[in-house]
Design a binder for this molecule. Structure first.
Ligand code: SAH
Ligand code: F3S
Length: 481
């Protein structure tokens, strides 16, 4: 009799332990590129299967994960500051465990555990499926690290849990890693070699998003135009593929076509395109489908041929102009944006002027501009001295930003008086009486709410603008609804 009671008591405590495990709270914070935000949704999904529910309140969390960025020193400093903050939260919530994910985890590995005493867990971008095991280790009081990079992990089989979603737009990752080895860039070291995801799983995710009411998908990769599915494996091993695999391979243009056909009312965008890998067939597929947005993020980094070479970018300024001309010829109203780096090692005033004159030629719709930040382990860090003094870098960056602002205003003004289709995403940050959405060119449009709602495609007449925003009024539903 006594034994039976004991057993059932034991059973009860096991159930309680299980309940506790099934109702743990995860707080996850993401920094850096869109891919990191998308990866956090994969992590949330993997941990949901382990009984973790996400919370927006860090003080309630059993587990805090920070998905980190290493692209510039400043990005890493931001994360270090957040770790200090978590340390102060731990005083209120002593049971809380802290894990570091993403590029800083991959770059610093177990060194993180020594440098930051608060960290219990370090997990690189290809090791998220190991999180359940790693968390068990942490539960048993041991620190846990997995930073192994993979040849074939694409998380194609994980259905992301959409975090902080507006319910209208979503990211779908299509490639991981990057083989381009731009000399300034840490990504090939932190995210490993390039591999593509099975197109079938991409289409399934897109279909599922449509069924759940999403209206716009951005296909994500470090270098999307290099997408190539031949049955799995690294991009660099494609040469070794069989004849059949080669004959049935799916490239980025094919993938875009498949997506646009699978969901003809879903809007598609993609990011990021490296000019050296962008082909005309991609632009032609964009022109063929009304539901592929007329917008290309086409980072160039510098307008100087000498600097482009030192950066290991595989195209010249002239080839870039040809690409821009072709885009504008095939899609006249296509918006183009840039990433630019000011003060790359050895950059002269003349090189900088080449950057400004390239910008003058393209007149980008908008851009993301940075001062060069040396990243340990990159080819530039090993081979070139970071020799442009900070004040000069800052001044050049300012000149680039000022010119971009002028061009952005020039571009937004081109929309005045036109009627454009806008997908409503959310309430405007500045006014609760206005909706905020984007047109095909990716420019933000705000307009009075009337009876419209998020997820509606609305024709909006553009009546005013700043350099970043178009202001308009709705003239009716577009026929895409
Ligand atoms: N292909 C990537 C680009 C990654 S990094 C993508 O999908 O976005 C994003 C941008 O950061 C780069 O285009 C570059 O302009 C900038 N960047 C990368 N490394 C940098 C460095 N060491 N210093 C300053 N800017 C850098
Ligand atoms: Fe970085 Fe160049 Fe790839 S910027 S992500 S190495 S395309």
């Amino acid at each position: 009799m006594e034994k039976v009671i004991n057993e059932s008591q034991q059973g009860q405590s096991l159930v309680l332990e299980q309940d506790k495990k099934n109702s743990r709270k995860l707080y996850i914070e993401s920094y850096g590129c869109q891919m990191n935000f998308s990866d956090s949704e994969i992590v949330a999904s993997i941990l949901a299967n382990e009984g973790f529910n996400t919370t927006n309140n860090i003080e309630d969390a059993d587990l805090v994960l920070v998905n980190t960025c290493s692209i510039r020193d400043k990005a890493e400093q931001t994360v270090r500051k957040r770790l200090e903050h978590y340390n102060s939260v731990k005083k209120i919530n002593p049971g809380m465990k802290v894990g570091v994910l993403g590029c800083m985890a991959e770059r610093l590995k177990s060194q993180f555990l020594e440098e930051e005493k608060i960290v219990d867990l370090v997990v690189g971008p290809d090791a998220y499926k190991d999180l359940p095991n790693l968390i068990s280790e942490v539960d048993e009081g041991r620190d846990a690290v997995n930073v192994i990079l993979s040849k074939d992990e694409t998380y194609g089989d994980v259905a992301p849990v959409r975090l902080n979603s507006n319910g209208v737009t979503a990211f779908v990752s299509i490639t991981r890693g990057c083989d381009n080895m731009c000399t300034f860039c840490v990504v090939p070291f932190t995210r490993g070699r390039e591999r593509s995801r099975d197109p079938q799983s991409i289409i399934e995710e897109v279909n599922d998003l449509w069924e759940r009411g999403y209206k716009e998908v951005t296909l994500l990769g470090q270098n999307v135009d290099s997408y190539l599915w031949y049955g799995g494996g690294l991009k660099k091993d494609f040469e070794k593929a069989s004849d059949l695999q080669k004959a049935t391979a799916v490239n980025f243009a094919n993938l875009l076509d498949m997506c646009a056909i699978a969901q003809p009312k879903m809007r598609f965008r993609f990011s990021t395109s490296n000019p050296q890998d962008m082909t005309l067939d991609v632009i032609e597929i964009m022109a063929k489908h009304a539901n592929i947005c007329n917008y290309i993020h086409l980072p160039v980094q510098s307008g100087s041929n000498r600097v482009l070479k030192a950066m290991n970018r595989q195209h010249t300024r002239e080839e870039y102009f040809d690409l821009i001309d072709n885009i504008k010829k095939i899609i006249p109203d296509c918006a183009i944006s840039q990433d630019m780096i000011a003060g790359f090692p050895t950059e002269t005033e003349e090189d900088h002027k080449d950057t400004l004159s390239l910008m003058e030629y393209v007149k980008y719709d908008f851009g993301f501009m940075f001062a060069y930040s040396e990243r340990p382990g990159t080819l530039a860090a090993r081979k070139l001295e970071d020799d442009i003094e900070e004040p000069i870098k800052k001044r050049r960056l300012q000149e680039i930003i000022r010119l971009q602002q002028k061009h952005s205003l020039y571009r937004t003004q081109q929309h005045l008086g036109k009627i454009e289709e806008v997908l409503i995403e959310k309430e405007s940050k500045k006014s609760s009486l206005h909706w905020s959405g984007r047109n095909s060119q990716n420019t933000v449009v705000v307009f009075p709410k009337e009876n419209y709602k998020p997820g509606d495609f609305v024709n909006v007449k553009i009546i005013d603008c700043t350099s970043a925003t178009l202001i308009g009024e709705a003239v009716g539903y577009s026929n895409n609804n």
